[in-house]
Design a protein around this ligand. Structure first.
Ligand code: SF4
Length: 324
């Protein structure tokens, strides 16, 4: 039996207004997230992938209400997240945590590691004093550090260790969902694997659910159960990991996959080179946002936005080619 849906995001939109002129009127908008739908079941990992500027990190922040949505719905369990008041949102934050890309910038350099991890426990009334100290020590050991690290400051740690501290801080309040916002992008490749393995172990141990954001399909392959591919504010394809990697339907996903090197010198893959840069989200192309770079683009693609729909077995995609 499939697990319950923990997070359900419906037609999420986030536009950042651009102000101009002497009256500071709105003259445009950066359409960072432009109608995004997905759900995550309890205990699973959804990978969210796309080039830089496609809106994936903004999606994560809007889900957590670190940024206000322009439109759309976010349901966590049976709660309408957008409708919660400040107090209700504060309580929900305990269940929905985030791990940031740059572990150094996200850790207060003037606080000891013990205070950084223990702070959230105190805010949510989960532990204080000696009890808190014991819990922080346990958490540090859970993420592969030691209790002695509690008295040190963030600058005394390597990038990989700092990200472990970030993970421990997220775990401190016993969350069910963690939004992992490019947690390994700033780390060396050898360290990336260690942190991803740690996160997988923690998921199994604590029954965590992850939205794992990355700019590279190869990074999310190992950890994800399903993968969503985002382009210029929209999800263009979403499917079970094996299905998406073996049977990609959207031309953009096909191009991203073709760029992943195969570790076998006897196997060659034809690389699909995407022409041009990602267009500006201030003025995205009409119709299918990908049409300016798609080698299959047809007349309809320039005028009509393809519908994002299920083409069977929860393999979702948005492309006019699939309609024919
Ligand atoms: Fe390419 Fe058209 Fe499909 Fe967009 S809708 S990906 S332009 S074929």
């Amino acid at each position: 039996m499939a697990a319950e849906v923990l997070l359900n995001v419906k037609n999420l939109v986030k536009h950042f207004p651009i102000k101009g002129g002497i009256f500071g009127r709105q003259v445009g908008a950066v359409k960072a997230v432009d109608g995004v739908d997905f759900f995550i079941r309890e205990g699973e990992t959804l990978g969210l992938v796309g080039e830089s500027g496609c809106g994936k990190s903004t999606t994560g922040r809007v889900v957590l209400r670190l940024l206000d949505a322009t439109a759309g719905e976010v349901w966590f369990k049976d709660k309408d997240v957008m409708a919660l008041d400040k107090e209700e949102m504060r309580a929900l934050r305990r269940e929905m945590q985030i791990i940031f890309q740059d572990p150094y910038a996200s850790l207060n350099p003037r606080m000891t590691v013990g205070n950084i991890i223990g702070e959230a426990m105190e805010i949510h009334g989960l532990a204080s004093g000696k009890d808190k100290e014991g819990k922080v020590a346990n958490l540090l050991e859970t993420v592969g550090l030691t209790a002695q690290h509690m008295r040190r400051y963030p600058h005394e740690f390597s990038g990989g260790q700092r990200q472990r501290i970030g993970v421990a801080r997220a775990l401190a309040v016993d969350p069910s969902l963690i939004i992992c916002d490019e947690p390994v992008s700033a780390l060396d490749v050898s360290i990336q694997a260690q942190v991803i393995n740690l996160m997988q172990d923690l998921q199994n141990e604590f029954g965590l659910t992850y939205l794992f954001i990355a700019h590279d399909l190869s990074v999310v392959k190992h950890i994800s159960d399903r993968v969503a591919v985002m382009y210029l504010g929209k999800i263009v394809e979403l499917a079970d990991k094996h299905e998406l990697y073996n049977n990609p339907q959207h031309p953009y996903t096909q191009a991203l996959l073709s760029a992943i090197p195969i570790p076998d010198p006897n196997v060659k893959r034809d690389r699909i080179i995407l022409e041009g840069d990602v267009p500006s989200p201030v003025n995205p192309p009409s119709g299918c946002h990908f049409h300016t770079r798609c080698k299959y683009a047809m007349d309809i693609c320039r005028v009509e936005d393809p519908v994002f729909k299920d083409y069977g077995s929860e393999h979702f995609a948005a492309c006019h080619l699939l309609e024919r």
